[in-house]
Design a protein around this ligand. Structure first.
Ligand SMILES: Cc1cc2nc3c(=O)[nH]c(=O)nc-3n(C[C@H](O)[C@H](O)[C@H](O)COP(=O)(O)O)c2cc1C
Length: 165
């Protein structure tokens, strides 16, 4: 008789390690004040609607970006190209409380159409979103934004989590 393998009881930490990759990585550009913007690297994001197109991003309450999003109800969800591994890592390890990430990374950008949010040049796609809903999720808040403007560079390849290691 064929042996039936059953799943073994696991800790959450152990089980989640086996299912979290491969993951795409994005950078959300948020507005901090009238002429300052911050960048935060994200793994926890998803599409949530076809019509209208929407994305959700999950932001930890300890992040500077959380303070920004509570004040300014926009984000630009940017999908960096493979060339931006170093900058993506920096945006995911340093806080906008301590440094101006746009300046330190030297990333090239132009003003988008929504709240003049920077659109990052060396990326595959950028989606400028206006926040319509937010939900608290433990120590993070999920911001759901409606896509108002999209930007694309078909010649670039999208960065994945693997490119960061
Ligand atoms: C690959 C990667 C993925 C990350 N994903 C998330 C995420 O989905 N949500 C989040 O709140 N922080 C995430 N982080 C952590 C933030 O990017 C990091 O804490 C950042 O320094 C916060 O910047 P801020 O204080 O300027 O907002 C991630 C970091 C890395 C390196």
């Amino acid at each position: 008789m064929k042996e039936i393998k059953i799943l073994k009881k696991s800790t959450f930490q152990e089980a989640v390690k086996f299912v979290k990759h491969p993951a795409k990585v994005a950078i959300a550009v948020v507005k901090c004040n009238e002429d300052k913007f911050n960048l935060i690297t994200l793994e926890w994001f998803m599409r949530t609607s076809i019509k209208p197109p929407m994305f959700a991003i999950s932001i930890g309450h300890s992040r500077f970006s959380y303070e920004c999003l509570q004040k300014h109800r926009f984000f630009n969800l940017c999908f960096p190209s493979k060339e931006l591994a170093k900058e993506t890592l920096l945006c995911g390890t340093k806080s906008g409380r301590d440094i101006d990430k746009l300046e330190v990374t030297g990333l090239q950008w132009f003003k988008g159409r929504l709240a003049q949010l920077p659109v990052l040049k060396d990326s595959v796609a950028n989606f400028e979103c206006e926040i319509t809903t937010q939900v608290r999720s433990g120590d993070h808040t999920i911001y759901v934004g409606e896509v108002k403007h999209s930007w694309l560079d078909k010649d670039k390849k999208v960065l994945t989590h693997k490119d960061l290691t």
